[in-house]
Design a protein around this ligand. Structure first.
Ligand code: FMN
Length: 231
């Protein structure tokens, strides 16, 4: 399987969330051979979409001549598009959002009704592409936090989707937290093996991975202790 990872964290390889994503990919590789390419969104030259829509008519091209042309080719050449990102203001970080906006040439302006909503008809065939989102965040709570990003991801991509959310992700960068992050990464590796073997991850395992690694109040008090001034 060809896997394209778009890493939305501006911290690139030092990303907290990429600890999770790397563990997932390791699990996948334990279950089979996969070709993985990781693109750090912050390193790409991707101009903002101007909203001119010229790309959506008659197979038209984008007015920008930048890295996005090659990235679209890489997306179309992949079997799995994996978005790895930290929650930023309840959504994805701006460099990754800029890339997602620029996937507009994959759609035409024509729209059709699908169930209770409308969506654009594709200009490119992405039917074999599967989608995955791995998202981490700084708060200990998942509820009232991940929902906007999860809803956006579900709306954005048709077809097979898997969503893995995990709170308290700054802990992955703290060596002193290895006692709890190590077992959690092992669960993520198991999820990777499961996904490679079956194309999905059991709900119970997703829920276990998405639960706080340490109690919410303990996490908050550690963060507050490091922040100084909080009571
Ligand atoms: C601009 C900004 C916005 C953030 N917004 C949220 C948020 O809405 N909810 C949350 O739980 N954490 C939020 N965080 C915390 C990050 O998601 C958290 O620190 C994460 O572990 C960073 O992951 P990374 O190292 O992979 O970039 C925000 C961080 C920044 C810098």
């Amino acid at each position: 399987m060809k896997i394209l990872v778009l890493n939305g964290s501006p911290k690139k390889d030092a990303s907290d969330v990429m600890h999770v994503t790397r563990a997932f990919l390791e699990g996948m590789k334990e279950a089979g051979t996969h070709e993985v390419k990781i693109l750090h969104a912050i390193e790409q030259h991707v101009e903002y979409c101007t909203g001119c829509f010229s790309c959506m008519f008659n197979g038209g091209a984008c007015v920008h001549d930048d890295d996005m042309k090659g990235i679209l080719e890489e997306i179309l050449d992949s079997d799995l598009l994996l978005l790895s990102f930290p929650l930023y203001c309840y959504g994805m970080p701006a460099p990754l959002k800029a890339m997602i906006d620029r996937t507009l040439p994959l759609s035409s302006m024509a729209m059709r009704r699908v169930g209770d909503r409308y969506e654009h008809i594709g200009q490119a065939d992405v039917s074999r592409l599967r989608f995955m989102m791995i998202c981490g965040c700084g708060f200990p709570n998942s509820a009232h936090n991940f929902e906007p990003a999860v809803a956006q991801f579900r709306q954005l991509f048709r077809g097979d989707k898997t969503i893995l959310t995990i709170p308290e992700t700054p802990m992955f960068a703290a060596p002193e937290a290895a006692g709890v992050t190590g077992p959690r990464l092992e669960l993520v590796r198991r999820a990777g093996r499961q996904y490679a073997a079956t194309g999905g991850i059991e709900d119970a395992l997703l829920a276990e991975i998405g639960s706080p690694m340490i109690p919410e109040e303990v996490y908050a008090s550690i963060v507050n202790g490091n922040a100084g001034g909080a009571s």
